[in-house]
Design a protein around this ligand. Sequence first.
Ligand code: HMG
Ligand code: MG
Length: 298
Amino acid sequence: MSAPQVKIVEVGPRDGLQNESTPLTPQQKAELINDLAKSGITHIEAGSFVSPKWVPQMADSEQVFDLIERVTGVTYSALTPNLRGFEAALKCHVDEVAIFTSASESFTQKNINCSIAESIERFIPVLEAARQHNIPVRGYVSCVLGCPYEGNISHQAVLEVSQKLRELGCHEISLGDTIGVGTSRQTKSLLQALIPELGAETLAVHFHDTYGQAIANIDQSLDLGIRIIDASVAGLGGCPYAKGASGNVATEDVIYMLEGNGIHTGVDINKLVEAGSKISRVLNRPNGSKAGTALSHK
Ligand code: HMG
Ligand code: MG
């Protein structure tokens, strides 16, 4: 089988589950992660080493990592907002970590309790430690197409923080439409501003699907050369900063679109759909993937 033409970063066990109100056991979370790996997903954000007061859903990430059946060739990553988080992640033998900040001052303050500049300072020791341990670091930039507090965010603000993360040593920058407000032309305009400065190869797109725009935005991103896509099985999640919002774009919908367009992903959609149906049952919530719902009724 030829190599996948896109990299899918599955963020459901982290971005999805951090926003689900039904509590899961570490075993249930690990089972989801194992199911995803068996479907052919090769990059899984499996947890988060943040303050349990801020995000109680992720308080058991250490136990989750202990329970994962590691599959060779699969990268298991976690969010680490500071050195303490990085050290906890290291003990769990993560393959990669992610740091996260935002293009909006207000959002950064609400999410990680500091300014953008302070967040960058806080990341310096994380990057240093990661380099010593040979752990790749992904950088997230939130609010790239809008902020729940500030509204419009300039492309320049996104570019500046992305460049800082790149200078720190992040091998990949994930551009987050955190509240899912962006449309395809806005996506095009942003990427046309960023790609000449940063290159398309190491940029990822991370769309929440609040306004149903994610698939159109991903298609637009692909046209502009983006090859790294974040997605969440069954569209798990929501957004604590936008009540009633849906989660990330559903991985099943992304795979369906890519394969339908002749783009090889290496993912077995039927196994992925099973994983999505199963976790939706466990959470007692409707499946947030349209492709998943359709395929599971065939
Ligand atoms: P703080 O209050 O400014 O910092 O929080 P602090 O150092 O004073 O620590 C506060 C408490 O947290 C202390 O405990 C620390 O010990 C503890 P207390 O003394 O009160 O009992 N603490 C920790 N505990 C566990 N692990 C740690 C850790 N660090 C401190 N690593 C901090 C700053 C960053 C810690 C906090 O704001 C935090 O944890 N925020 C997490 C926010 C978060 O996880 N948000 C969701 C992920 S981001 C996202 O979803 C967006 C993304 O998907 C992209 C997109 O969609 O745009 C990535
Ligand atoms: Mg997100």
